[in-house]
Design a protein around this ligand. Structure first.
Ligand code: NAD
Length: 496
């Protein structure tokens, strides 16, 4: 295979205290749709540089925390405008390095900006101190910044899952060190640089690399909070690494989200069928909150499967991310491709039927990139790995259930509890939803189609700790500080 740099190949560097840090070596980032093409280069930040970035943030924090909310919001709004102005350039880079189709890359920017705007609109109210005069005196409850935030993001939504942290952290008066994933570092770094250009030096720093750099961020005593999105297994290392210095943490982790189709669901509703297909295959299935296992009431199961295959064959067009016809691109990396391939193979060996879905637009390209044939898996056991593990790829098992209680039990026995969905008559679906252990449950839609950034997002159980989005997603970057002025200064039971 001849490796060639794309003529538009970009090089990003670490950003430390407002300056691009000189790197000793660069790593090439390939295009998952055509791995012989280099999309750009990123450095591996050294331990010394990571420490420098943390120290720059700690220094900048001393001044930044004293700024008022108006100044912070004004700066963030300017950054939003700059991102908007550079949108098509960012989208192209994201699509090329990640493998997500152009419409999907636009969608990621859309969600990122929606959240940043919301955070700007809400920050003043969310962070406003609560001053109360009461019978016992006066109390001020303020929301103080925490300090240096280490933001560690994954590859699947590299911009959205970086800005979900950057915007509230800075609005709340913290300084940040961001580490994007080495599997999609370029577009996130560009966006972080754009934001940084509107803020004082050191308030946002960016470092690059994998676990080694992550370990510095999660152990350094000057880091006060970790905002992490990624896998549950990685989070276990992070919790251990951070334990010596007891850091504040928001952890957004894996999910194995179930979609439950009740007897009252209308299998002839073509829009709903399209919605569930999209909820399974958007971003090639590589979304934490995608529907990863589908349970259908036995009375409608056969018809459901038939209609599902029709809808999937209409919507799924696997191809080049830059082809406007493409709805599903390649998988982001070889490791993920091999993992998903292994799960499907295992299901087949256990006797499941694997049904190929959709159309491959260009077989030659399919063969050269990290593409996978999208599949539906039927006839598997409720506890097969393809059902209980997070597949994070273009495959989905559909299983029948006999009564709602059984579906609820199957939903809740997972170690995860990120999102879920219930489909059917609204009241009945809401009644089932109330019994599910998940941070968000959507009715008659699923995945990002039902995401609302105005409300808190996060997981039950091993899907995470804490919440992002909503007012909670801003306050999570603060410490509550109570200033008490009691009327009675000496307590009656304390002796003279
Ligand atoms: P990952 O855990 O492999 O990596 C995430 C980030 O952590 C990367 O930047 C990585 O370099 C870094 N990292 C790796 N080891 C580290 C260590 N020991 N210390 C500190 N940092 C370390 O996850 P991924 O493969 O990039 O992303 C996929 C996972 O993320 C899936 O499990 C998915 O469900 C989850 N995810 C969750 C959400 C959510 O909101 N709950 C959103 C998106 C993705």
């Amino acid at each position: 295979m001849t490796i060639q740099a794309n003529p538009e190949a970009v090089t990003v560097e670490a950003l430390i205290n407002g300056q691009n840090a000189k790197s000793l070596s660069q790593t090439a980032k390939e295009n998952p749709a055509n791995p012989s093409e280099i999309v750009g280069y990123f450095p591996v930040t050294t331990k010394e540089q990571a420490v420098e970035a943390i120290e720059a943030a700690a220094e900048a924090f001393k001044t930044w925390k004293k700024t008022d909310i108006e100044e912070r919001v004004t700066r963030m709004r300017k950054a939003i405008e700059k991102i908007r102005a550079a949108e098509s350039e960012i989208v192209n880079l994201l699509s090329r390095e990640h493998g997500k189709p152009l419409y999907d890359a636009h969608g990621e920017i859309y969600v990122s900006l929606m959240w940043m705007e919301f955070a700007c609109n809400e920050a003043a109210a969310a962070l406003q101190a609560d001053v109360q005069e009461h019978d016992h005196g006066k109390t001020i409850l303020s929301y103080d910044p925490i300090g240096v935030v280490a933001a560690i993001s994954p590859w699947n939504y590299p911009i959205a899952l970086s800005t979900i942290k950057i915007a509230p952290a800075l609005l709340a008066g913290n300084a940040i060190v961001l580490k994007p994933s080495p599997y999609a570092p370029l577009a996130a770094a560009k966006v972080a640089e754009i934001i940084a250009s509107e803020f004082p030096a050191g308030v946002i720093n960016v470092v690059h690399g994998g676990a080694d750099v992550g370990v510095e961020l999660t152990t350094n005593p000057r880091v006060a909070k970790i905002a992490f999105t990624g896998g549950t297994e990685t989070a276990k290392h992070i919790i251990k690494a951070a334990s010596d210095t007891i850091k504040d943490m928001t952890l957004e982790l894996g999910g194995n989200d179930a979609a439950i189709f009740l007897e009252s669901f209308d299998v002839n509703d073509e829009r709903a069928m399209r919605r569930i297909v999209v909820s399974n295959f958007l971003t090639t299935g590589q979304i934490c909150m995608i529907a990863k296992r589908v349970y259908v009431h036995r009375s409608i199961y056969d018809q459901f499967v038939e209609k599902y295959i029709e809808a999937a064959n209409r919507w799924i067009r696997v191809g080049d991310p830059f082809n406007p016809e493409t709805t599903v691109g390649p998988v982001n990396n070889v490791k993920q491709k091999d993992y998903v391939t292994g799960l499907v193979k295992d299901a087949k060996q256990r006797g499941a039927q694997v049904v190929p879905l959709g159309r491959i637009l260009d077989q030659q390209q399919f063969d050269q990139g990290y593409y996978l044939q999208p599949t539906l898996v039927l006839g598997c056991d409720a506890h097969d790995p393809i059902v209980v593990e997070e597949q994070f790829g273009p495959t989905v098992p559909i299983l029948p259930f006999d009564d709602v209680e059984q579906a609820i039990e199957l939903h809740n026995e997972s170690i995860y509890g990120l999102t879920s969905s219930v489909w059917g008559a609204e009241d009945e679906a809401i009644a089932v939803a109330r019994q599910l252990e998940a941070g968000t449950t959507m009715i008659n839609t699923a995945a990002v189609q039902g995401l609302d950034v105005r409300f808190p997002f996060g997981g039950f159980k091993q899907s995470g700790i804490g919440r992002e989005y909503g007012t909670e997603g801003i306050r999570t970057y603060t410490e509550q500080h109570v200033i008490n002025v009691p009327k009675m200064l000496d307590l009656p039971y304390i002796p003279e």
